[in-house]
Write a new protein. Structure first.
Length: 195
């Protein structure tokens, strides 16, 4: 069973998170940041992950610590649930349209945390959400999930559509990469023998 449950408490956030890689897309999300909640619900649904996140953060300051720390926890949960990555497909990518926005993401469950991100978000805010925090979330997810993530915005001028399309595309890429390939279910997908 590829499931991770973890708690992370700092002076800035208190997070409880549960991730099931082989879920159906169910989610229970309450981070105190409405836009992040919306993105995580979409992420769970499009990746077909069951995801529960409860966060109490210092949102009276701003949403930065909450967004980054949830990204850290989600990355840690992926690393824990994937284990030695035996049998995973390893790679996944998705070219996803969201109205006028077009986003490309590619994932390698490489064991090397790296984000290469090329987003051009035209506004500083979506509602009360600082749009620069989207990249902070993706950085934390990549580093703590020990995965390489590439994100490219090919079109788009609506900030909400760009960010939402990225979350959906990334979820589908991760879902594909984390899926078990029945042809190689007992193998580590690397000539090194480890990931």
């Amino acid at each position: 069973m590829r499931v991770a449950e973890l708690c992370r408490t700092t002076a800035e956030t208190d997070i409880r998170l549960r991730l099931d890689l082989d879920g159906t897309g169910l989610s229970q999300i309450a981070t105190g940041c409405g836009f992040l909640d919306h993105m995580l619900i979409l992420f769970a649904r499009h990746g077909r992950f069951d995801l529960s996140v409860q966060c109490k953060g210092d949102t009276y300051v701003d949403d930065h610590h909450t967004v980054e720390d949830v990204g850290i926890c989600l990355g840690d949960a992926f690393a824990q649930a994937l284990g030695d990555k035996r049998g995973v497909t390893r790679y996944g990518s998705m070219l996803l349209p969201m109205d006028e926005a077009l986003l490309l993401t590619a994932v390698d469950l490489s064991g090397r945390g790296m984000l290469c991100c090329d987003l051009h978000i035209p506004t500083q805010k979506v509602g009360t959400f600082d749009t620069e925090l989207a990249e902070e979330f993706f950085i934390a997810l990549a580093r703590h999930g020990d995965m390489t993530i590439h994100i490219r915005q090919l079109a788009g001028n609506n900030s909400h559509h760009i960010i939402e399309g990225t979350f959906k595309s990334l979820a589908r890429s991760l879902g594909a990469a984390a899926a078990i390939d029945p042809r190689f279910s007992q193998e580590i997908p690397s000539t090194k023998g480890v990931l």
